[in-house]
Design a protein around this ligand. Sequence first.
Ligand SMILES: [Fe+2]
Length: 195
Amino acid sequence: MTLTTVNSSALETYIGAVRSAVDARVGADETVRRVVAANQVLRSAPFEIPAPLRRIKPGVAYTRNLVHQDLERGFSVIAILWGRFQETRVHDHLNWCVMHMLEGSCMAIDYERLDDEKTPGRAELAIRAAGVLETGGISGLTPPPRSNIHKIANARPEVSISLHTYGDPGTRARVFDPVAGKVEIVDLAFHNLEP
Ligand SMILES: [Fe+2]
């Protein structure tokens, strides 16, 4: 099911490649490898996020515009627009995810979970790695609990744009407060579908 009309053949081809990767039922590691490869193909094509998906919503932490959602196969493709030094909270996703930096650059901080995950609502984290994803950079994460907790921030004062593909509908995430040692599930909006 396509919720957003996308007028871009390169993007349609990419979505088809993700669909094929998911249909192959090859496990999360291989699915991520195939979706990363599909992003490499997308990178080699003359491609730009279509204008309707480039609109920034004022007053939100960062703008999430839904490109495509396949509820039957359980994946979603989302364009994220990062305003001046905008950032996520520390979070992870319910399944695998692949991020492709289309324009600009973002900082990515990866966290390690230190607790035994047996106390509901509690989480102890430590930073494992930090780096910058430059334009054209592609990053894949396998499902939790392995190496999935992260935080993303625009690395520059100008707008940056990234394309995110998730092995879930893209509507929920776990959000961590590393200082308070807390974790909760939160619902995520698609700003281009809001009035
Ligand atoms: Fe994320």
